[in-house]
Design a protein around this ligand. Structure first.
Ligand SMILES: Cc1ncc(COP(=O)(O)O)c(C=O)c1O
Length: 381
């Protein structure tokens, strides 16, 4: 079995999550809007899940809206806050996931000004540039929390201080950070926050948007009044239950020190690679990062060549969403990393089940693969 180090792309469904879901795909098939015992049980299950999601991020349950995933949550937040305000400018960054970048581009085509804060070479956005960009004309600030490729954490707290001063809503894309590090929306001062179930051991196709009470948000869909009218349509009960179970599991693991374990294993993996591969570079800030994520630049070859020579390890080159393109990652290029160096990138993202033995075996396999594929490269040069 290959060692799976691609948990930022997606995670397996946890057995506890599947067990929680199965009754709602079998006998508990009620429509949560139906006034019957079956319907009431489905409704209760949704509300219990809403509570679990809220607990994971320090929110009130009535602030949680279930969506089909991170992309829908971010589209809802970004489009829903500026709809009807044609002069509202949007402030975002140059290192966003397409789930944010594309709705921003769409709004730019509708006439909204969009300002993109650049990132520094440590992978964090430039706070001076943010201070200049955020002002009276800003209708929304939308920022990624943990960058999906580098794992670098953005200065959300500092940006929230700026948005609060101006009374501007702040949306945070926490698809990668939720479940990997503690998040408290109240302490951070966040108005809207996106979650993606499949990054934290729930299935694909379920997510949530946190909306702070009092935040103005136009719905994208119109229909019956589910989710308080913010996201109408009969609820995906089983998947919502799965997301709730995954959030409960994540909260327990975080309390049990899972972040620290992941950080220790990731550090051990990088130490092995650095010892054997002169010139290998860890992208981004050394400490302000997700504990599970290593984005490394292999020298003298490409990340794709390394992985093609390394069937023992499943990982990503560049963003998983563009895994079939041999093109340097936009997110790495945005940090000023030259094209040839960025092509050496491999993202290794650990999961809760990753062991010290996995890390040792993965390091051995990656080092062997690098030695194999750099040789022809050198001969050509
Ligand atoms: C940072 C980030 N935002 C949003 C998404 C999109 O989430 P989903 O796949 O649930 O639509 C992803 C998934 O790759 C992501 O990494």
């Amino acid at each position: 079995m290959a060692i799976y180090l691609d948990h930022n792309a997606t995670t397996p469904v946890a057995p506890e999550v599947l067990d929680a879901m199965l009754p709602f795909l079998r006998e508990e098939f009620g429509n949560p809007s139906s006034n019957s015992p079956l319907g009431h049980r489905a409704k209760d299950a949704i509300e219990a899940a809403r509570h679990e999601v809220a607990v994971l991020i320090g929110a009130q349950p009535d602030g949680i809206v279930f969506t089909s995933g991170g992309t829908e949550a971010s589209n809802m937040a970004i489009r829903g806050t500026v709809e009807g305000q044609s002069t509202a400018a949007i402030v975002t960054s140059t290192i966003e996931h397409p789930a944010t970048e594309e709705p921003c581009r769409w709004l730019a085509r509708q006439g909204h000004a969009v300002h993109r804060i650049p990132a520094r070479d440590d992978g964090r956005i430039d706070l001076d540039a943010a201070r200049h960009a955020i002002g009276a004309a800003t209708g929304l600030v939308t920022l990624i929390h943990a960058q999906n490729e580098t794992g670098v954490l953005q200065p959300v707290f500092e940006v929230a201080a700026m948005t609060r001063r101006h009374g501007i809503p702040l949306h945070i894309d926490a698809a990668q950070s939720a479940g990997k590090i503690p998040i408290d929306v109240a302490a951070l001062g966040i108005d809207l926050l996106s979650l993606a179930g499949h990054k934290l051991y729930a299935p694909k196709g379920i997510g949530a948007l946190y909306v702070r009470s009092g935040t103005r948000l136009a719905p994208m869909l119109r229909g019956a009044g589910q989710e308080g009218g913010r996201r109408p349509g009969t609820e995906n009960v089983a998947f919502i239950v799965g997301l709730g179970a995954a959030c409960r599991l994540a909260a327990g693991r975080l309390a049990g020190g899972a972040s620290e374990t992941a950080a220790r294993l990731a550090a051990a993996l990088f130490a092995r690679l650095r010892q054997a591969i002169p010139g290998i570079v860890l992208v981004g800030h050394p400490t302000e990062r997700l504990p599970n994520t290593l984005n490394v630049l292999f020298p003298e070859t490409t990340g794709r060549a390394v992985l093609e020579n390394c069937p023992e390890v499943i990982a990503s080159t560049g963003s998983a969403c563009h895994a079939d393109r041999e093109e340097a990652s936009h997110a790495l290029r945005a940090l000023g990393i030259p094209e040839h160096a960025a092509l050496g990138a491999v993202r290794l993202s650990l999961g809760f089940a990753t062991t010290a033995q996995d890390v040792e075996a993965a390091a051995d396999a990656l080092i062997t693969a690098w030695r194999q594929c750099r040789a022809p490269h050198r001969a050509r040069a």
